[in-house]
Unconditional design. Structure first.
Length: 297
């Protein structure tokens, strides 16, 4: 029995329609029809074929690995171009890991270091200008209108000292306010990204935890063509059309406001870059088809 006939027979044995399979797998019905007819050339790229077949087999109660092994001779060869491109993308990991630290550790430490340097620099600038203003006031007391009035009225030193004290307090408060405002800008929210679990196999699923993300959109950039699916959870609401996307469609911004999870599949990890608040979520495996399960805390 051919692979397509086996998938169709298993679907009918479970009493499922192609529409129901499409709903559960997010694979378009025209691709399901092509698989049942063994027309694998119709699928969007050879490297999607194996991923689609595994999803279909699992949805109709078959063992995906057993199906793949028994019908290996019916499947088109995997597009080697994707596999050849991917290792070059690992250069990002090497550069990020320079000095022995991981890219995730660097991403957490670097913002804190930059913030500390900015705060010190701003404090020095505020102090410098405050000293300049104070020195100018002492050298040219006649330029200050309120102080001239104090001298002319013949008030005693007590009142003049009060006026100066009030003026100095205003300058210090202004400096503190400026410093505080700049500190808030420097300490803007930064997402914490952690790889909780790394997947394995031909279609690995990697789990990430994202904490304190200020941006409610996940950004997907493409440097080539990739089939993408994005849902609110593994079988949840679809957030983008499950179709192949090209470099011309990049970047895609997926709205995750009010969502606890994002389930993202790519058929070409080598050309797919996923970021949250500027923090990149890597595809650790060296295969084309990979999944990301992103938990937002």
């Amino acid at each position: 029995m051919e692979l397509g006939s086996r998938l169709k027979e298993a679907r009918q044995a479970k009493g499922l329609s192609q529409e129901e399979i499409e709903s559960s797998t997010k694979i378009q019905q025209k691709y399901l029809q092509a698989m049942e007819e063994n027309n694998f050339e119709f699928l969007p790229g050879k490297f999607y074929t194996r991923a689609f077949i595994r999803e279909y087999a699992s949805a109709v109660g078959l063992d995906p690995e057993e199906v793949m092994n028994e019908h290996e001779n019916e499947l088109p060869a995997v597009d080697e171009r994707s596999a050849a491109v991917y290792p070059r993308s690992k250069k990002t990991d090497v550069r990020a890991a320079a000095g022995g630290g991981s890219s995730r550790s660097t991403s957490r430490i670097l913002p804190a270091v930059i913030t500390g340097v900015l705060v010190v620099l701003i404090a020095f600038i505020v102090y410098f200008f405050t000293q300049q203003i104070t020195t100018t006031d002492e050298a040219n007391p006649a330029e200050d209108g309120p102080q001239d009035e104090v001298v002319i009225s013949g008030d005693k030193d007590g009142k003049q000292d009060d006026e100066k004290s009030s003026g100095d307090g205003t300058s210090e408060d202004s400096g503190d306010s400026e410093n505080g405002s700049s500190g808030e800008d420097a300490d803007g929210p930064t997402a914490e990204v952690e790889l909780e679990q790394e997947g394995s196999g031909d279609f690995p699923e990697h789990t990430y935890n994202v904490k304190d993300a200020s941006d409610e959109k996940v950004k997907v950039e493409l440097s080539g063509t990739a089939y993408l699916e994005a849902t609110a959870s593994e079988n949840g609401e679809g957030l983008i059309d499950p179709i192949p996307y090209s470099e011309e469609d990049s970047p895609l911004e997926i709205d995750v406001s009010g969502k606890d999870q994002l389930y993202l599949k790519t058929g070409n990890a080598a050309v797919t870059k996923v970021t949250v608040d500027g923090e990149q979520l890597e595809f650790p495996a060296e295969v084309s088809t990979q999944k990301l399960l992103i938990n937002f805390n």
